[in-house]
Design a protein around this ligand. Structure first.
Ligand SMILES: [Cu+2]
Length: 123
C-alpha cells in the first residue's frame, strides 16, 4: 500500500504557491463627491473598478490622472485620462506596473477635494 498525503496538506501547499495568486478587482465607490477608499493599495495585475453612485442623480464625475496628490488641475502629460464612462457610470482599469497613481475629479476637486490615489505594488 502506497503512502498518501492527507488532502489538507495539498491545500496548504497550494495556498503558498505564488503562481496561483489570482488578480483581484477592487471597487472604488464614487459618491458624495468622494472616492472610497480614498487611498487604495493593490497588486500589479489587479483591476480597479470605479462605480459612480451619483450617476442615478445625473452627477458626472471623472477619474483623471494627476501629476501628484496636491494639484487639482494638472493632467499627467503623456498618459490617458481614464474618465468614467458617462453612459455606464462605471470604469474599470487594470494596472500592470508598480507605481503610485494620483487622480482627481475635474468638476469637484478644487471645491470638494474630490481626489484619490492608488498604490500599485509589485507581485
Ligand atoms: Cu466628482
Amino acid at each position: 500500500m502506497t503512502a498518501k498525503l492527507p488532502e489538507t496538506q495539498y491545500d496548504s501547499e497550494a495556498s503558498h504557491n505564488v503562481d496561483l495568486v489570482v488578480p483581484k478587482t477592487h471597487n472604488v465607490v464614487v459618491a458624495n463627491y468622494a472616492f472610497t477608499p480614498k487611498i487604495l493599495t493593490i497588486k500589479s495585475g489587479d483591476t480597479v473598478k470605479w462605480i459612480n453612485k451619483d450617476f442615478v442623480n445625473g452627477i458626472r464625475h471623472t477619474v483623471t490622472r494627476a501629476v501628484d496628490g496636491k494639484s487639482c488641475k494638472t493632467r499627467k502629460a503623456g498618459t490617458n485620462n481614464f474618465d468614467i464612462d458617462p453612459l455606464q457610470g462605471t470604469l474599470s482599469k487594470t494596472f500592470t506596473k508598480a507605481e503610485i497613481i494620483y487622480y482627481y475629479c475635474i468638476p469637484h476637486c478644487a471645491r470638494f477635494g474630490h481626489k484619490g490615489s492608488i498604490i500599485v505594488k509589485s507581485k
